[in-house]
Design a protein around this ligand. Structure first.
Ligand SMILES: C[S@@+](CC[C@H](N)C(=O)[O-])C[C@H]1O[C@@H](n2cnc3c(N)ncnc32)[C@H](O)[C@@H]1O
Length: 220
């Protein structure tokens, strides 16, 4: 088992509480849901949540995949009627051309580019024609601006929009900047106003200076 999966195996029982039951986590979860609500409007789609973890976003998906047995156990307890596979993202036990949309959050940032490319290949195989992957990734331009230095695999990868354009099996349909301002650090009463400014900046020509990019890739 790889280092990342064993880390999540150990973290599984406290993941929801630690990561999402605090001001920052709730804010992120809420903002990501707003974006998914906007992008996932067709209720008939087959949607795969890739690296679904404890099932935080599984309400959007028909099926989930994760390589950590402890994370899968929790997501199965939350969603007993959904198919949730214990499976490596680059060796999916899913048929060719069977998925309309893949969503994958807080995942690719952990992986080296070679692994990401292998997973994109696999996504390409399981997606139907014109199928989509909607995922987040730290923005390389923001990191360059702030002189970010990676310490370990947690935030191993970042991409610019130009880097993503080079991924041969997919075409970028949409890019949304995510977290331009550190809104969660401001008092609650001014957040609504700041979210409006943040949303404006995150769709402007400055969007690549947001902390993350949310990408909608379409299979070529
Ligand atoms: C930060 S969690 C994200 C979970 C969920 N997507 C969310 O947003 O809450 C990262 C997940 O990636 C899973 N993971 C790591 N490497 C994987 C791999 N090679 N294949 C499938 N899942 C993997 C971990 O087990 C963990 O559940």
């Amino acid at each position: 088992m790889n280092e990342i999966v064993s880390y999540y195996d150990t973290l599984a029982s406290t993941y929801d509480e630690n990561r999402f039951n605090n001001t920052y986590g709730k804010f992120i979860d809420n903002q990501e849901r707003k974006i998914l609500d906007r992008l996932l409007t067709n209720k008939n789609e087959v949607i795969l949540d890739l690296a679904c973890g404890t099932g935080r976003l599984l309400n959007y998906a028909s099926l989930g995949v994760d390589a950590s047995s402890a994370m899968v156990e929790i997501s199965k307890a939350k969603f007993p009627k959904k198919t949730i596979l214990l499976n490596e993202a680059d060796q999916l036990i899913i048929e060719n051309n069977s998925i309309d949309t893949i969503i994958s959050f807080h995942f690719f940032m952990h992986l080296e580019e070679r692994k990401i490319d292998a997973i994109f290949e696999e996504c390409n195989r399981v997606l139907k024609k014109n199928g989509r992957i909607i995922f987040d990734i730290p923005s390389r331009k923001r990191r360059q601006l702030l002189g970010y230095k990676k310490e370990d695999w947690h935030g191993a990868s970042s991409f610019s929009i130009e880097d993503l354009k080079l991924k041969s099996n997919f075409e970028i349909k949409r890019t949304i900047g995510f977290l331009f301002l550190p809104i969660h650090r401001f008092p609650k009463f001014c957040r609504k106003f700041l979210i409006t400014i943040d949303s404006f900046l995150a769709t402007s020509f400055l969007k690549e200076y947001s902390s993350y990019l949310i990408i909608e890739f379409e299979k070529k």
